[in-house]
Structure formats: structure tokens, C-alpha cells
Design a protein. Sequence first.
Length: 275
Amino acid sequence: MPPVQAPPSQQLPAVQKLRVRFAKRGRLRFTSHRDFQRAFERAVRRAELPVAFSHGFSPHPKISYAGAAPTGAASEAEYLEISLTHERDADQVRAALDEALPPGLDVLEVVVAGPGALAERLEASEWQIALPGADPEAAAVAVRTFLEQDEILVERMTKRGLRSFDCRAAVLRLTVASEPGPVAACAILQVVLRHGTPAVRPDDVLAGVLEVATLPVTGPALLTRLAQGPLTTDTGTVEDPLARDRDANQATATGQADPRQTHTAEGDAAAPSVP
């Protein structure tokens, strides 16, 4: 078996790139991005994956994270890329990583990366906002009031200090869900947000709703990302970002791959994480 982490003098080139979808659930939604990075690198070692390393004086594992959810938010659609020095079966990698990570950090899918950059596909996210104690009818009125506005300024503390920005422009769709929520007696908002700069988060949208309407809430909102990927503008639908990779892998397996669409593990890199 090849070494899990080769010393800098014996670094091997990356020959395979895998894309991973994972979830943050339950109490693990409070895991910071930095904490998850450490947990995932430990899981890679436990799973004995031949991860590739960068070059230089302080080599680090070639793992790229894209569009990370804010601390405190649950998610069913987090993504990362990992480069390996030896090819591995994607399903076996998924099982090994999922077993090595604690419950609540769950690896849902692993695919071999096809052509194109993953980061460019993450154009929007769909979120669920559960509001304990809120009346669904009152929430519907608040949503209508929000959508009638052309601009809604909210404030958020960032690394550069208090920042004011418009939270309305990024909202492509905002509705009150009819299905039961994760907690009793609550209203459920579903929102599709376009990714951009500054990045508008679901808690910013909630702050905007409460800015323009009265909506009593008895507890902290529960935020869950349901999807993240390419955006269909006409319908405000967020598509699966790994669909192209599955199609490319299927074409390769059946001998129908386009020889002009080659992909190496040294190619596309994911975007830096959202702070």
C-alpha cells in the first residue's frame, strides 16, 4: 500500500481528483470550518488515503473546500475536492471517510472529478429557516412585505468590522413552506440565495424580514442548507453540481467520453471557503 502521507522528498504527483459531498447535522453544525478541516484531515489518515501534497517548504494536503456554510448552520450540501497519488474507487472512499468521521459529519457522495471547475458551478444555495413559535400566516405576510421591497439594508459584524449591505438583491425565491418543520409550532421559510460579494447568508435574510415586518419568534432560528449548485434562473432552482461528473464518468465507462475533455488532478481548484 502506498504511504498515506509521503515525506516532502518523496512526493508523488496527483493522478486522481475526487469531489465529496458531505453533511453537517445535529450538534456538529456548530463545528467551525477550521475544526472541520482538522477532522477531515484526520479522517483521511485513518482511511489510509494516498493524499497528494503541495510543494514548497511546508507541504500540505491537496484538499480544497468550496462554499462552506457559516458556523451554526446545518447543511446537506457541503463540498470539497481531494487529490490522490493513486486511484481509488469512489464508493470505497466514501465508505472509509464516513466511517472515520464522527456522526453528524456524514459523507454522502464521492465522485471522480470530471472536466470543469467545481467552484464555478456553485452559483446559488437553497436554505430552510425554521422559526420556533412563529405563526405561518404571519410569516407569509412578512415574506410578502420583504419581497415588495427593492432594497433592504442589514448589518453584520465581519472581520473588517461592522458592515452594511443589501440583503434583498440576492434573494431569488422566498416562500413559507407547508410541510412540518424540524421543531413543533414553527414557521418554515425556504429561500434561494444567489452567491456573490458580499455573500448574503440566510440569517441576513431573516434580519431583513424582521427589519420590514413584525414576526414574533420564541427561539433561535434553525438554518439548514438543502442544496448548493448551478442556478436555473427562470425557476429559481438549484441543481446538482456533481451531475456533470457522473455523466462524464458514465461516458468514460461506456467508451463515449470526448477525448478533448481531459481532466488531470493538478487542474481545477475549488474556491476558498465562505468565512
